[in-house]
Design a protein around this ligand. Structure first.
Ligand code: ATP
Length: 267
């Protein structure tokens, strides 16, 4: 794979950087696909091992929430997905998308990224600009919840992406002292995801609330919650609940906003 000769995706380098944790993941590097999450979701679920990872150089139809697109550029972006099985009988993994945000922030900060913030429910920001997106899709199989966790990161930001998106986009290189290797970035993100998922399996999102709040991009800010076909809900961002719901301080009291169909916008 040599789409960017300076920094080609290479499974062997990722495995070396993972060290002892390499055995937890089965990594497949592919040149192009519509969406790494779709690749994992389309495969026969019962046969797909926990820790299966697909990373792709040219993702042509990356997905965000509610049919939105995630744009990426060969060599400049990191786009990958990981499949994870939760123990049979475990409740649906509420708040997983936010816990993934905490794991991603830990990994980016560990590599020297400054000012990483999380925007409820699933964006990674720095300096007010979106440099990463998270999409968690969950399916149930025979009493077991299977999550496909998709992450897209702008390592660098080509002008065509900056101009195509409706909110301000950012890039990792702008908040790091050096341009990170995408292989090392992937290894660090996988390590952080593995550690987070162990913790999440024991106590759910509750154990991540404090860390999420410490990076809340809109802590205490006045925000609007937008939903299609409904009036915006205005309030002050008062934190998140142990299931990942946003706590919105409104004129009529604190309301719980559940993600999925709504978007948060600063006022
Ligand atoms: P919000 O919560 O702000 O409404 P969202 O969570 O619905 O956003 P996502 O599903 O995370 O959005 O991502 C899709 C959106 O992200 C697109 O509509 C586009 O505006 C923006 N986007 C797409 N690709 C990129 C990118 N590479 N960098 C930054 N932003 C992007």
């Amino acid at each position: 794979m040599n789409s960017n000769p300076a920094d080609p995706l290479d499974g062997r380098i990722v495995a070396m950087a993972l060290g002892d944790m390499a055995t937890r993941f089965s990594l497949e590097v592919i040149e192009h696909c519509a969406s790494t999450s779709s690749v994992l979701l389309d495969r026969a679920m019962p046969d797909q091992a926990s820790g299966s990872v697909v990373v792709c150089e040219r993702q042509t139809a990356g997905r965000g929430r509610r049919g939105r697109s995630w744009l990426s550029a060969p060599g400049d972006s990191l786009t990958f997905s990981m499949l994870w099985r939760f123990p049979p009988g475990m409740l649906p993994p509420a708040g997983l998308s936010l816990a993934v945000g905490v794991a991603a922030a830990r990994a980016l900060e560990g590599m020297g990224a400054a000012g990483v913030r999380l925007k409820w429910p699933n964006d990674i920001l720095a300096d007010g600009a979106k440099l990463g997106g998270i999409l968690v899709e969950t399916v149930a199989h025979g009493g077991q919840h299977v999550a496909v966790i998709g992450i897209g990161i702008n390592v660098r930001l080509p002008r065509e992406i900056a101009e195509a998106v409706d909110a301000e986009a950012g890039a990792l290189v702008s908040v790091m002292p050096y341009a990170p290797s995408r292989n090392l970035l992937l290894a660090n993100l996988l390590k952080a995801l593995g550690e987070m998922l162990d913790e999440f399996g024991r106590s759910g999102f509750a154990g991540f609330v404090e860390e999420w709040l410490a990076r809340n991009a809109h802590a205490g800010a006045r925000v609007s919650i937008l939903a299609e076909g409904a009036d915006p809900i205005e309030g002050r961002c008062a934190g998140v609940d142990i299931d990942g719901a946003l706590l919105l301080d409104t004129a009529t009291g604190v309301r719980r906003i559940v993600s999925g169909e709504v978007s948060l916008r600063p006022r």
